[in-house]
Structure formats: structure tokens, C-alpha cells
Design a protein around this ligand. Structure first.
Ligand code: SAM
Length: 281
């Protein structure tokens, strides 16, 4: 096992989800590079793994990458782990893996859990084609812009979210994707208070408000893509506005529904919602 970099997945909650191969590799390598050494010690102690651990995180990535590559070139074997799940999936490691390839160091995956795949597998939404979006931008403007840019995506969308932003983000998604999009909220996967809720965006918003969905812990948000015969909200409103100039509100909504693949009630609701946004008083 000399001179290889192992990318080792660890559990996202339930320690029973680690693989035997992961335990064996973590015991056998010369060094474990961990995102947070104190956090990882809990996992390593649990499995009686006494290998040396050193820190590898986003703030020291550059210097440590050079040092680790040197060790790998000297024939040492190193395992990279993150705080939870699969390294590099919204976690550090990209620089190290790239540098290992550049230096012709063998890179070996030790696969296991990742919140994105775990959530998709139980989402009840189409999973054969999906777009993993990770965390949305922190700033409201950038976030809304990003949501707009993916509003017409036909693949299922997967987001990582935190409790402080989940309510705001669902509200923004409702505004931008429309009320009817199906969403699955996967909270605290594999943990004691695991919760899975699948419903349309407007209902998910309500369930967060009344705390049927607890605003605590870790979240994966899975959003249905636009179905092929559905248009996004902005386009529906644009068509309805043109038709409203020539037809009665009811006829305009009927025709818009037909063109856009939406239901007439949905078109009415979109017009009402937009009206509230345009005329808040
Ligand atoms: N590397 C990890 C993976 O493979 O999933 C992801 C690390 S990222 C820094 C942490 C985010 O993953 C959390 O904010 C949450 O969105 C998601 N996550 C991690 N564990 C989770 C769990 N048990 N239940 C739901 N989401 C989880």
C-alpha cells in the first residue's frame, strides 16, 4: 500500500455506516489527513484506530498539500477523511487529489456514504439525472440570481442547507420555481431524529413555519426539475400578460395554461402572487 492516497468516506451520522474496508485502510496507512482532527478522533477512537492524524482543511490546504505530496512521493500512504461523508463533496481535498494526479501518485477511492446520494435514494423524485448544487450562495442577490439561472433545469436539483437559511431559501424557491414544484426535505439522515418530508414547495413552506419540519440539524433539499411540458413562472406570466391584452382574464388564463403545460388554477395563483409582489399595499 506504499505511496498511495486513499480517499475514505466516513458516516454522516450513524457510525454503523462505515465500511470494513474503510476501517482496515485507516488502520494501515502511515497518516490520516483529517478536516478537523478533534472531531475525527471520536470516530477513530470508536473503531480503535491509532494511526497518526494531521489537519487538512481549507485554511491550510495549499501548504499541507505540498507536504503531503512530498510524503506520498517518499513512499508513505495517506488517507484523507472529512468530518462526515465523502471527502471533496462540499469538503476539502480537491487540491490534494489534483496534485496527486499531477505527480502520478496512485489515488484510491474507499467509497461509502454521502448525504447527496443518501437523500436522493429516498427522495421519491426522479434520480437518474440530477444536478448537485451543494450550498447556494450566502448573499441574497447572488442566491436569487443562481436560482433564476436553474429555474428551467429539467434534472432533479440537490442542495445542501443549514438551519439558519432553510426557511428563507424555501421561500425564495417558492417565488422563483413556483408553488407546485415537488420537494423532498431530508433532515438528519441516519441520525436519531431523521425526517423525510415530500410535498410541493408551498406546503413545505407551511410545514417549516409550523415546525412540522424541525428547523434543526442538517438538511438536504431535493427539488423536482421542470417537467418537459412545464414552463417556468416568468415565462407563464409573460404569456398571460400578452394574452390578457386581447382576452378576458379567464380566457387568457385558460390559453396560458394550455401553452405552458400548467393548470389554470396555477396560472391564476401565479398572477395573484405576482400582483402582491408588484403592489405590496
Ligand atoms: N462530505 C459530505 C457528504 O459527503 O455529504 C458533505 C459535507 S457538507 C460540509 C455538510 C452538509 O451536508 C450539511 O450542511 C448538510 O447539508 C449535508 N449533510 C451532511 N450530513 C447530513 C445528514 N446526516 N443529514 C442531512 N444532511 C446532511
Amino acid at each position: 500500500m506504499k505511496g498511495a492516497l486513499y480517499i475514505v468516506a466516513t458516516p454522516i451520522g450513524n457510525l454503523g455506516d462505515i465500511s470494513q474496508r474503510a476501517i482496515d485502510i485507516l488502520k494501515q496507512v502511515d497518516l490520516i489527513a483529517a478536516e478537523d482532527t478533534r472531531h475525527s478522533k471520536i470516530l477513530l477512537n470508536h473503531f480503535a484506530i491509532s494511526t497518526n492524524v494531521s489537519a487538512y482543511h481549507e485554511h491550510n490546504e495549499k501548504q499541507v498539500t505540498e507536504k503531503l505530496i512530498q510524503e506520498l512521493l517518499n513512499g508513505k500512504s495517506i488517507a484523507l477523511i472529512s468530518d462526515a461523508g465523502t471527502p471533496l463533496i462540499n469538503d476539502p481535498g480537491y487540491k490534494l487529489v489534483t496534485a496527486a494526479h499531477d505527480n502520478l501518485v496512485k489515488v484510491v477511492p474507499i467509497p461509502g456514504v454521502s448525504a447527496v446520494i443518501t437523500a436522493l435514494s429516498v427522495s421519491g423524485l426522479p434520480v437518474n439525472r440530477f444536478s448537485f448544487e451543494g450550498y447556494l450562495p450566502a448573499k441574497v442577490e447572488a442566491r436569487r440570481k443562481h436560482l433564476q439561472s436553474i429555474a428551467n433545469e429539467t434534472r432533479t436539483l440537490v442542495f445542501y442547507e443549514t438551519p439558519h437559511r432553510i426557511v428563507e431559501v424555501i421561500k425564495e424557491m417558492q417565488e422563483i420555481f413556483g408553488d407546485e414544484r415537488q420537494v423532498t426535505i431530508a433532515r438528519e439522515l441516519t441520525k436519531q431524529f431523521e425526517q423525510l418530508v415530500r410535498d410541493k414547495l408551498s406546503v413545505i413552506g407551511e410545514k417549516l413555519k409550523d415546525e412540522t419540519i424541525k428547523i434543526k440539524g442538517e438538511f438536504v433539499v431535493i427539488v423536482e426539475g421542470v417537467t418537459e411540458n412545464q414552463m417556468d413562472k416568468a415565462e407563464v406570466l409573460r404569456i398571460n400578460k400578452i394574452l390578457s391584452g386581447k382576452l378576458s382574464p379567464s380566457d387568457a388564463a385558460s390559453l396560458t395554461a394550455k401553452i405552458s403545460g400548467r393548470r389554470k388554477n396555477e396560472v391564476y395563483q401565479m398572477v395573484l402572487d405576482q400582483d402582491k409582489v408588484d403592489n405590496p399595499d
